[in-house]
Design a binder for this molecule. Structure first.
Ligand code: NAI
Ligand code: MG
Length: 339
């Protein structure tokens, strides 16, 4: 049996890291029938539409996508395609694990965090106005009871499945009394349904400080869209940078897997980007499909390759190219599958 999946190589380093990751995923022996589609700046330049209808139709059919990063113009231009995809397919839960791999020389050892980010509401809801005459700009944060409930419940249930012991809700309810206040009070309500998971909360600025001083003190985190976006990049920095952290966007009947990082225009086209982040997203996709043995083979293969610093890419002090790193991981995947 083959899994039908939409494959979006994306912009910048996207095609390079996606190529390497697809080789690793295919090395597990799990078969994918990839429907290759365009989106992002490349699609915009080619056909005038950064999110072509054919791409939406493909995900509508497969309900599963593996994608590279997409460039979003800063300050002006089209709205983020990533945000549009998450909203269109109602992918309300963004999971961003953050684990120390060997030889990454991050500032800490033994970091093992899970971040659950609300993925469709908050300041990313797209409710923006500009009053040209009076030069007043508004970006409105929209939170709904249903939206808060489903991400918080998802976080508790997923944390429970992973055998996690604690969930920290991160907010700014001291200032944002309405949106933050509702998120926090719903968190406290739902916590009583999960007595086996310790529940607490932190104000986001304090959380940022605590994460960079003693990240090992935390376990799982649930937060709103903007705070999750910022804290997940911060957390990537705790374990070696954006090259190593994968993510999953999950909805009721559709899922999209991608790295935490963006299109990295500063290193695009050089074949030096680290494909670990998209490989980890692929590992999450395999797990999501119930292909636990294949996901475990990818995890073990990454640990094997990371045990030899010379096999790593430049962001981690090694000299390997994107393709060579991917090939090394794929080879170890085949060894684990055969064992
Ligand atoms: P970025 O994540 O692309 O890059 C930030 C820094 O991390 C750069 O120095 C880059 O070289 C480095 N980096 C990122 N991924 C790496 C990898 N795999 N290996 C080695 N180094 C890596 O963030 P930036 O520069 O703020 O955004 C660039 C573009 O990406 C923007 O248009 C932004 O909107 C878009 N973006 C897209 C995302 C997505 O498609 N999900 C997520 C984040 C940003
Ligand atoms: Mg981000």
């Amino acid at each position: 049996m083959a899994y039908s999946a939409t494959l979006i190589p994306g912009d910048g380093i996207g095609p390079e890291v996606i190529d390497a990751a697809v080789k690793v995923i295919e090395a597990t022996g799990v078969v994918f029938d990839w429907d290759r589609q365009e989106a992002g700046m490349g699609a915009f330049e080619d056909g005038g539409d950064p999110l072509p209808q054919a791409t939406i139709d493909s995900i509508d059919r497969t309900r599963l996508a593996f994608k590279g990063p997409l460039t979003t113009p800063v300050g002006t231009g089209f709205r983020s395609i990533n945000v549009r995809i998450r909203q269109h397919f109602d992918l309300y839960a963004n999971i961003r694990p953050c684990e120390t791999l060997p030889n990454t020389h991050g500032p800490f050892e033994g970091v093992d965090l899970m971040l659950y980010r609300e993925n469709t509401e908050g300041l990313y809801a797209g409710i923006e106005y500009f009053d040209k005459k009076n030069q007043i700009a508004d970006s409105i944060a929209r939170a709904t009871r249903g939206g808060c409930e489903r991400i918080i419940r998802f976080a508790f249930e997923d944390a429970q499945r992973r055998g996690r012991k604690r969930l920290t809700l991160v907010h700014k309810a001291n200032i944002l009394k309405e949106t933050g206040g509702m998120f926090l009070s719903i968190g406290k309500e739902i916590a009583s349904d999960f007595p086996d998971i310790a529940f607490d909360d932190r104000i986001v600025d304090n959380m940022a400080m605590q994460l960079v001083i003693h990240p090992q003190d935390f376990d799982s985190i649930v937060t709103t869209n903007l705070f999750g976006d910022i804290l997940s990049d911060l957390m990537s920095g705790l374990v070696g940078g954006l090259g190593v952290t994968g993510s999953a966007n999950i909805g009721a009947d559709c899922a999209v897997f991608e790295a935490v990082h963006g299109s990295a225009p500063d290193i695009a086209g050089q074949g030096i980007a680290n494909p670990t982040a998209v490989i980890r997203s692929g590992e999450m996709m395999l797990k999501h499909l119930g292909e636990d043995a294949a996901a475990e083979a990818v995890r073990l293969a990454l640990h094997d390759v990371y045990s030899d610093p010379s096999k790593l890419t430049g962001d981690l002090g090694g000299t390997a190219t994107t393709a060579a790193f991917g090939d090394a991981v794929a080879e170890r995947v085949r060894a684990h599958v055969a064992a």
